[in-house]
Design a protein around this ligand. Structure first.
Ligand SMILES: [Zn+2]
Ligand SMILES: [Zn+2]
Length: 264
């Protein structure tokens, strides 16, 4: 059994690809999606209890792998781990011992492949009726080969400790890794309805602050809580993370739709 335990998914995918008709290939897509999801979630789980599963369990793998990358910038690259063996007197002997291989697909590859598999799993939309996506055994075989390569990894590494910090806007937990503290990264609130950005500023002894300096928040017209607007373009709509009131954000902002004035 490999460390990611995706053999059963891959074996079934292989069998379906061999059958090769459209129905079998669709089933292969499903098995391949399961293996991708399984690998990415297991990798995130390695971060440990500091990052509760509830944070990412409903996410699509592309978003989950991006989160992992924000923690560990090299998390989507293959790594070979060797140690240098010491002699009895403590000096390096020059002998290297192979510890294992960490393998992971790139975010770009995952995005492309996951979307491609997803396309075949849905009935075609009206706009696609003229040229429905063609399911293709060669494409699926290529995806299977890459998953198989990653599944032969002998190590699942995690190099970072993670600290929970509250979003300055909605107060929900965000997670910041040691690399992000060292690099003074920008960390975005995970709550989709919030998305507030924070500058991570390193203090001393591993302490840091997550502040909103330079980013914009405005109070909600209905509940008064602040919500972030730094990513909103002129004329775009944005819902309050707290009460879901929609606002249109422009040079000014107001409740949307504009409430009718009372004529009493
Ligand atoms: Zn937030
Ligand atoms: Zn509100």
């Amino acid at each position: 059994m490999s460390i990611y335990g995706v053999e059963d998914f891959l074996a079934r995918a292989k069998a379906y690809i061999e059958i090769g008709d459209e129905n079998a290939l669709r089933h292969a897509c499903l098995e391949l999606r399961f293996s991708l999801e399984s690998i990415v979630y297991q990798r995130l789980r390695k971060i440990g209890d500091k990052l509760p599963r509830s944070v990412y369990k409903s996410w699509q793998p592309q978003k989950a792998l991006k989160l992992l990358l924000s923690f560990e910038p090299r998390a989507d690259q293959d790594i070979t781990l060797d140690i240098c063996v010491e002699t009895v007197d403590g000096a390096p002997s020059g002998n290297r011992q192979h510890i294992g291989d960490y393998k992971m697909f790139s975010v770009k590859w995952l995005n492309k492949s996951y979307n491609k598999l997803g396309k075949f799993l849905h009935l075609t939309s009206l706009s696609e009726d003229d040229s429905p996506p063609q399911i293709n055994a060669t494409d699926l075989q290529e995806i299977l080969d890459e998953i198989e390569r990653v599944s032969t990894a002998s190590l699942v590494l995690t190099m970072n400790s993670i600290t929970a910090v509250a979003c300055a806007v909605c107060k929900s937990d965000m997670y910041v890794s040691l690399s992000q503290i060292e690099e003074g990264s920008v960390v975005e609130c995970y709550k989709d309805s919030c998305g507030a950005k924070h500058n991570i500023v390193k203090l001393d002894e591993g302490r840091f602050t997550a502040d909103r300096i330079g980013f914009q928040s405005v109070p909600c017209n209905k509940c008064g809580k602040s919500f972030s607007i730094e990513d909103v373009k002129h004329g775009e709509l944005k819902d309050c993370w707290n009460c879901s009131q929609t606002h249109v954000v422009g040079w000014g902002y107001s409740a949307w739709p504009i409430p009718e004035k009372s004529t009493v």
